[in-house]
Design a binder for this molecule. Sequence first.
Ligand code: ATP
Ligand code: MG
Length: 380
Amino acid sequence: MRKVLLVRFGEVYLKGLNRPYFLKRLTDNIRHAVQPIGGHVWLSDSRIYVSNAEDLEECARRVCRVFGVHSVSYAYELDKNWEEIVSACVEAMKPLSGTFKVLARRSDKTFPMDSMTMAGELGYEVLKSNPNLSVDVHHPAHKLNVEIRDFAYVSVGEIPAVGGMPLGTGGRAALLLSGGIDSPVAGYHLMRRGVIVEAIHFQSPPYTSERAKEKVLALAKILGEYGGGMRVHLVPFTKIQMEIHEKCPDGLGTVLMRRYMMRIAERIARKNHAQALVTGESLGQVASQTMEAIGCTDAVVHMPVFRPLIGLDKLEITEQAVRIGSYETSILPYEDCCTVFTPRHPNTRPRPDMLEEAEQALDTEALVREAVDAAEVTKV
Ligand code: ATP
Ligand code: MG
């Protein structure tokens, strides 16, 4: 009898003919997560198992952060021998009290006992061994799971994991990553849907400091820990901001700046085979996030722009940031390039023609190309 982790995956089940591809990706990602601590991963009979002689709990923590994993359970793996199965069930239920139910499943039809009979017999044996338990088939406090496959597996309860889709199955996107609370959360949502995310950060030295850059790299690192690390493109943005500030109407400054960010981000995304942009915007949160302003921003890009936080309140986004682990870093003090030249009275109802007119004063193509060419990439 040895202890293993039994890994459950949710939506991957729905993938029909593509299921082997999704499963392989998921298995590889889990392997990647536990290999540094000596975890061993295998796929058998469309279940994923993990074993580790040293530290199964650390394995469970790591597996629970792999996108595509729905939940994990600690399970006993044993030979398909009835006496052994009974003693594993008794052992697993020994520390528990309250109500329980047995869920038995026989994949291996050569096993002599059918699922119903097995559930009944095992329930009886467990009740006999532990007087603190009673059966409730409708709302049990504990579920005792018994599966007969290549081996027999006995487990109680499950630990919820991050869910979503395996990283790498959803394409590639470029995240506009500031040092704030919102954009890391937005990036997380895309990653959770299987998308490989690269970050693009605009910096405005000397108005923004080296420390602000370190903070953004730290945020990218936190996201990258959910799998695969993260590439960060650092883009110099001072010149564009200065030009906007000097040559364009003050009230349009923020939206103009955002249009340049999007143009540059789209070029960098295409160069790196990303198919979409992601931002942390939420409708109405600030002047540049009104429907009109967002419309003006989108007017300059020709790829999908995903805004996974569009309908969330700041409080909800903050709660998610805490859960993801980015909040503590996001609230460190820093200066963002957006805050440097914030207009006193931003226009909350801009129209594309107003912006196009304002941009006549700038050599857009040259500014964009210069910024794209000067971008530096690092991997965290
Ligand atoms: P966040 O908390 O993500 O900074 P915010 O509420 O401060 O968002 P804005 O500063 O208006 O809102 O930025 C809106 C979005 O624009 C951000 O979520 C991010 O995707 C992008 N963005 C803003 N500043 C930068 C920057 N310096 N580099 C890259 N992207 C940025
Ligand atoms: Mg911000």
